[in-house]
Design a protein around this ligand. Sequence first.
Ligand code: SF4
Length: 512
Amino acid sequence: SKGQKILKQLDKEIEKRNIKEKVKVFKTGCFGFCKLGPIIVIHPDRTFYCKVDVEDVDDIIDEHIGKGKIVEKLLYKGKDEGNNKRIDDLEFFNDQQRIALRNCGVINPEDIFEYIAINGYMSLSKILTEKKSPDDIINEISESGLRGRGGGGFPTGKKWQFAKSYENEDKFIICNADEGDPGAFMDRSILEGDPHSIIEAMIIAGYTIGAKQGYVYVRAEYPIAVERLEIAIDQAKKAGFLGKSILNSGVDFELGIRLGAGAFVCGEETALLQSVMGMRGEPRPRPPFPAEAGLWEKPTLNNNVETYANIPIILEKGSNWYNQIGSEDSKGTKVFALAGQIKNTGLIEVPMGTTLRTIIYDIGGGIHDQKEFKAVQTGGPSGGCIPASLIDTPIDFKSLSDIGSMMGSGGLIVMDETDCMVDISRFYLEFAQDESCGKCVPCRVGTKRLLEFLNKITEGKASEEDLKIMEELCYDIKDSSMCGLGQTAPNPILSTLKYFKEEYLSHINDKK
Ligand code: SF4
């Protein structure tokens, strides 16, 4: 990549100028402002250089490092032109609060000592040395109000309590890093930028519920995340945070990685468990829930990457601190991958309850080419489209479900006036149909029929009666599919029918 070429060039030029003792170069994870990459931040003044090229390396070294002069051409020319010299000054971060992303772009993810230097592994060390009881940890997490960030929003403390309540010699901890929504890259960035926080959280979870083994289930398409996770696990073992009797506490915990092959359905927790056990990733009915009978029928706790990323800092700063952030219904922050027809694409983290308007216009910089904002899809193929008229909706679990969408894992795709909403729902439905595992009839056959209806509509061959039957079929599929994939697959159709029915009708009527 360009970033790696720049890194190589920096190393080469620093060596050539014989200033290795004075200047250190570190690679970090994602800063979030993807549109501006590759990015270089110079410390200690935190000067922010963007869209850097290999040819810019000489200027950075000779002008900035050598003479202390700012390289103006590499500064970000944002709305507040001239006030974007330091990373802390960028308006992109003004409305953000980075908790899960706190270390991404800040530390070198391949160096455990950088994580330790900013209080990493402190929560775990305190728990073990002060012999904090598992119930105290669960209470702290419950009182923080943290809810699962994988999509469902189930209270995390309650989930940990369930997993703890089932007695068994063998229990397991899972981290779901099988991020499959089109356009979503939140988990990938956290694993690439801050893998130790996930490891620390999983060890704490293991101690809390009495599990000695954990697995991170991560997509094979995320090679950098996998590589950094492997390095981090190795370093954590050598530092005594993983393995037998962690920090001489008598507590054991081992961690392994399992690679997923890119099946969207493996994000569903029972399918994920099958895949971890080496079987075909197909969901199974619940109950029993994984907390009671998960991996090899043993109690298993499963959270996603972003949920775990919140755990060490909640335990470090306390539930009261976390509880003050966010809305009445949803505490803390949420990470979103901002994509589509928006100026500032990237990874953002905002307090729950932030409005769509703030996300799209203040953080996202508005719509490309002065076009009009039309809708936003949250929750990927399981979510729904929110129209421009609801732009002041605060983003939290309840508000989104009240308007027919869902939080999902955090994909946020922005559409402008030129996007056809029937095409959008067709895109998501095609994805869901393709990813259906085929185990149950309503999803296997139903999504295929829905796609046929959508094709008929876009080809101008459908009638209003077809539209009615398609809507009924959506509800039938939702009610009778076995797992979340089928139960939510019709959501993009239902939400676009709710807010943009005239577009369906114009496809039908204009072509007659
Ligand atoms: Fe498989 Fe779809 Fe049934 Fe889920 S709903 S079990 S993905 S066929």
